[in-house]
Design a protein around this ligand. Structure first.
Ligand code: F6P
Length: 414
């Protein structure tokens, strides 16, 4: 099929656009994986990877990215042109979709791309993310990459932040680009879309952007605590010896996978469990407590046992029994009101883990029920009764091509 521009419409270029640490490479990778799974030859041409291959000296210094450093500007343009040529050749041969992964924030760069790639339609996918906390954590993640190992951690963070500031200086809004999708990459949302050409694979690409995917998520509940022994809810108790043993069994089981992060809640019991698991992970594995993964806050019933609630606040006990999902503790939370923060926590964890093969989340009984229901459809009234034992974990796979949720025993899953 030939379009009004004379394009042969089975092939296309995708050009990622956005400041560093906006999630461009993750989206590029997901598009590639998903198209390849449907036998559509797809390749990513990443300027950062090519830079590391072409230039032997370390180019992580922020000076390299200064717009007034002519040497850096020339080298980066040379890298961009080389990748554009590779991409064009790929589509001239067997390729169907060539993804150009770089910042591409300046108008000049986007004009160069359009001049050099006139043979097939170009879809610009621009990624934004205005969450300061996530941006900060992303900078921390980037500063830990091997190319910054010659710097102290503080210097690496400073250098990467400076790099972002340099890109902000040359960033220019879209004007005459024919096809443009603006994506909130943290929340998997399309904020704006403007298309002139008819593009192949558009529905698939839209689906990929809108769906959160995870290769392997291991969802663990913290080990037994002193409060668990007496059925006391909430609070901030430590693990019992039994709980420490449960966490160690998880650690043994997960030692064969390599997780860049273990996410947990802010309470001692999840941090303690996460730290025990971390001991059997690679050295740079980070434990990241997210307030979003905290346990349901029971308001006026916080730190009471179920029996105390039944005896001294029978109206609360009964009302909760009637409709556990929608009941909100006075001064506290309910499953229904946890949903928004839990979804936000999942998005943060997935964004920060980028393309990691494996991630681990250590949560709580109610929090984990909500995390599970994010990936697995359950009727609302059933969610507060999902089984979340302390000596087992859920293995969750949720990608465009595979969905799986299994409850596993760590002693049988090494
Ligand atoms: O009992 C442990 C616990 O994590 C409490 O802190 C929390 O209030 C409770 O589980 C949530 O479970 P349910 O909604 O069944 O009361």
């Amino acid at each position: 099929m030939i379009s009004e521009m004379g394009f042969e419409n089975q092939k296309m270029y995708i050009v990622m656009v956005g400041l560093p640490a906006m999630g461009k490479s993750t989206i590029a990778f997901r598009i590639k994986e998903s198209l390849l799974a449907e036998d559509t030859p797809t390749e990513i041409f990443n300027n950062g990877d090519l830079r590391r291959r072409m230039i032997s000296e370390n180019t992580s210094s922020s000076d390299f990215y200064a717009p007034d450093n002519p040497q850096g500007v020339d080298l980066r343009e040379k890298i961009a042109r080389t990748n554009l040529e590779y991409a064009r050749t790929f589509l001239q041969e067997q390729g169907r979709v060539a993804i150009l992964d770089a910042t591409n924030v300046s108008r000049q760069r986007r004009q160069l791309i359009q001049q050099m790639l006139p043979d097939h339609p170009i879809l610009f996918i621009e990624c934004v993310n205005n969450d300061e906390e996530i941006l900060d954590a992303s900078i921390t993640r980037k500063a830990s990459l091997p190319e910054f190992h010659h710097l102290s951690f503080a210097e690496a963070r400073k250098s990467f932040t400076q790099r972002i500031d340099y890109y902000k200086k040359i960033q220019a809004p879209f004007c005459d680009e024919r096809n443009h999708i603006l994506v909130d990459s943290l929340n998997n949302r399309i904020l704006d879309i403007s298309l002139t050409d008819s593009l192949p694979y558009l529905d698939q690409i839209r689906d990929i952007i809108l769906t959160s995917t995870v290769s392997n998520l291991y969802l663990v509940r913290h080990g037994q605590t002193h409060d668990n022994l007496v059925n006391r809810i909430g609070g901030d108790a430590r693990l019992t010896q039994e709980g420490i043993g449960q966490a160690k069994a998880m650690a043994e089981c997960f030692q064969s996978i390599s997780a860049p992060y273990i996410f947990c809640g802010p309470k001692i019991r999840t941090i303690q469990t996460a730290q025990i698991i971390r001991k059997r992970q690679r050295l740079d594995c980070g434990v990241i407590p997210l307030t979003e993964f905290s346990e349901i806050y029971a308001g006026v019933c916080e730190s009471m046992t179920y029996k105390e609630i039944k005896d001294s606040k029978p109206e609360i006990y009964q009302a909760r029994l009637q409709d556990k999902y929608n009941y909100v503790y006075p001064g506290g939370e309910g499953y229904v009101s946890m949903k928004e923060r839990i979804d936000r926590g999942i998005k943060k964890a997935l964004f920060l883990s980028a393309r990691a093969e494996h991630i681990i989340i250590v949560g709580h009984q109610a929090a984990n029920r909500m995390i599970l229901s994010h990936f697995l459809y359950r009727r609302e009234q059933d969610v507060p009764y999902i089984y979340v034992p302390q000596n087992r974990f859920y293995h969750i796979v949720s990608t465009q091509i595979k969905k799986l949720i299994e409850l596993k025993d760590p002693r049988e899953s090494k």
